[in-house]
Write a protein that binds this ligand. Structure first.
Ligand SMILES: Cc1cc2nc3c(=O)[nH]c(=O)nc-3n(C[C@H](O)[C@H](O)[C@H](O)COP(=O)(O)O)c2cc1C
Ligand code: SF4
Length: 454
């Protein structure tokens, strides 16, 4: 693939292929796109062969860490006499991350079919979807799709005459970023306050109700049925050797056409900007995140980094959730990092001291720097606190909070220093808004939005 390749060659819509159809969320539409064909194939296979297929296809978890999905399924001990559980992580709360919610809204049966296949593979008869509770329209849509799947015989007893039984429970969380961390999610699902658990034991051994549990991201599970329909060779022909397949890249911020772009792993931001209209007119790229705000930021020097797990890692960041938040030269990096850090301080669950106290102090320092009231030594203090959080916290939320501080100081230290020496913020916050440059006219009016959702 080259930077000049046309969009139709660059993009590979699979999960998003039906999104422009009339009522894409219905079973009828899903069936027109090979829906539930993968399940028929899966139910004729031995569960271990199914796990081997997903392993050989090289599918990696789309929730952030990129852990191999088939290998995770294989960790579930067999013949242990305990119930096994599949829990789908639909908490999606990382700033900039916005792929699972649109996927569930437009194509909920992709997840349900994937869940039946995954449950059959790991010998699970009760699976759960843990959804961020504020997204009520998606909650309703999921309930309706699950009911539709029961009526059609894809859920319940003796699915498609195979003798396999599965129930799905849709659970709405109360809305906490930490409940996306898989062990906090399990505590929350059990009715407790969502806080991370000490590991080991890992969920594969003692997860939900202390039983073997697979926790997978929405997109990971929804990506399984196409592998069964089109084959692992097709899947591995997309993407790169160690990061095969297709994925949803979410472009947001100062781009002409923000949205979901489904493409093979390993594309670059330069290519994605080519197909999304580029940076908003008259401006240039300043910094961006490859995988949400907790992944170290990149600059225009990184436009050609392959967006797969290895490529982004080698360039010093993480692919994370593939949430590409793009900022142009009107954005104050101190301001952006302060907003993110306020989010992490608010969402810190308070279980461990480095994160609970550290994020609080980071916010205090950043706010005074942003307001032009910073003091000499503040930048060293920021780095010192970040260092005391990073790798020393109980869970990865702490590491994520430290990451924008360290990377922004690495790339934009001069801008922080300017705030200290000039004793003010040198940027006009209005210039980075959507209504600057008369762009507001291009945004949909509330009436148009109402029509779209009707
Ligand atoms: C603070 C925090 C929040 C997270 N939020 C999510 C989330 O919303 N969705 C998700 O799938 N994974 C999230 N994760 C990662 C999960 O812990 C877990 O790795 C993932 O659900 C595994 O699924 P996968 O193997 O399919 O990627 C989060 C991790 C942390 C530390
Ligand atoms: S790192 Fe933060 S979110 Fe994670 S356990 Fe510690 S206080 Fe809670």
């Amino acid at each position: 693939m080259t930077a000049t390749e046309p969009a139709e060659k660059l993009l590979s819509p699979v999960l998003s292929a039906s999104w422009d159809d009339h009522r894409p969320w219905t079973l009828e539409t899903y069936r027109r796109h090979d829906g539930y064909q993968g399940l028929r194939t899966a139910l004729e296979m031995d569960p271990d062969a199914l796990i081997a297929l997903v392993k050989d296809a090289g599918l990696r978890g789309r929730g952030g860490a990129g852990f191999p999905t088939g290998l995770k399924w294989q960790f579930i001990p067999q013949n242990d006499g305990k119930p096994h559980y599949l829990v789908v992580n639909a908490d999606e709360s990382e700033p900039g991350t916005c792929k699972d919610i649109p996927l569930l809204f437009a194509n909920p049966h992709a997840l349900i079919e994937g869940m039946v296949i995954a449950s059959y593979a790991i010998r699970c008869n009760h699976a759960f979807i843990y959804l961020r509770g504020e997204v009520v329209p998606v909650l309703r849509r999921l309930h309706a799709a699950v009911a539709e799947a029961y009526r059609a015989g894809y859920l319940g007893s003796n699915i498609l005459g195979s003798g396999f039984d599965l129930d799905i429970t849709v659970h709405a969380g109360a809305g906490a970023y930490i409940c996306g961390e898989e062990t906090a999610l399990l505590d929350s699902l059990e009715g407790r306050r969502g806080q991370p658990r000490l590991r080991p034991p890992f969920p594969a051994i003692a997860g939900l109700y202390a039983c073997p549990t697979v926790v997978n991201n929405v997109e990971s599970i929804a990506s399984v049925p196409p592998i069964l329909v089109r084959g692992k060779e097709w899947f591995t022909s997309l993407g790169t050797e160690k990061s095969p397949g297709f994925t949803l890249y979410s472009l947001s911020g100062h781009v002409t056409n923000p949205g979901q772009y489904e493409a093979p792993l390993g594309v670059t931001l330069r290519q994605l900007l080519d197909v999304s209209g580029g940076i908003r007119a008259g401006h240039r790229l300043k910094f961006w995140t490859p995988g949400g705000s907790s992944t170290p930021m990149f600059t225009d020097e990184h436009l050609d980094v392959p967006l797969d797990y290895e490529g982004v890692g080698a360039a010093g960041s993480m692919l994370g959730t593939k949430a590409l938040q793009v900022f142009d030269e009107t954005t104050c990096v101190v301001r952006a990092v302060t907003r993110w850090t306020e989010f992490y301080a608010h969402e810190s669950c308070g279980k461990c001291t480095p994160c609970r106290e550290g994020t609080y102090w980071l916010v205090q320092l950043l706010k005074r720097i942003e307001a032009g009231q910073g003091e000499p030594g503040d930048l060293e203090k920021l780095l010192d606190i970040a260092d005391n959080i990073n790798g020393k916290s109980f869970c990865a939320l702490g590491d994520g909070a430290a990451s924008p501080i360290v990377s922004s100081l690495q790339h934009f230290r001069a801008e922080y220093e300017q705030h200290l020496t000039e004793r003010r913020c040198p940027f006009d916050p209005a210039a980075s808004t959507v209504w600057a440059d008369g762009q507001r006219a291009a945004a949909p009016s509330p009436a148009t939005e109402r029509e779209v959702h009707a």
